[in-house]
Design a protein around this ligand. Sequence first.
Ligand code: ZN
Length: 87
Amino acid sequence: MKKTASKITEVVIDIICDGCGASVVPDFQKAHRESLDNFNEFGVLCASYGYGSSQDGHTHKFDLCEKCFEKLTNTVTQLRLDNGLTD
Ligand SMILES: [Zn+2]
């Protein structure tokens, strides 16, 4: 005999860009997936600082849409140029 029960579970239903507030999930993905728990087609910027750093214990995590991530990569590219790095 199987015993059953109803359980409430939380699932990811959308992922919002921390840069601009737009969804990072295309509408057709939201319409055809039961959850977005495993959706990973977006940019993530994260950092975790440890003992001895000026930001000791601080962590940062930002989910970013394609456009905002491109702006970030352009900024990194400019930083590299400013610092004389060419590769
Ligand atoms: Zn964005």
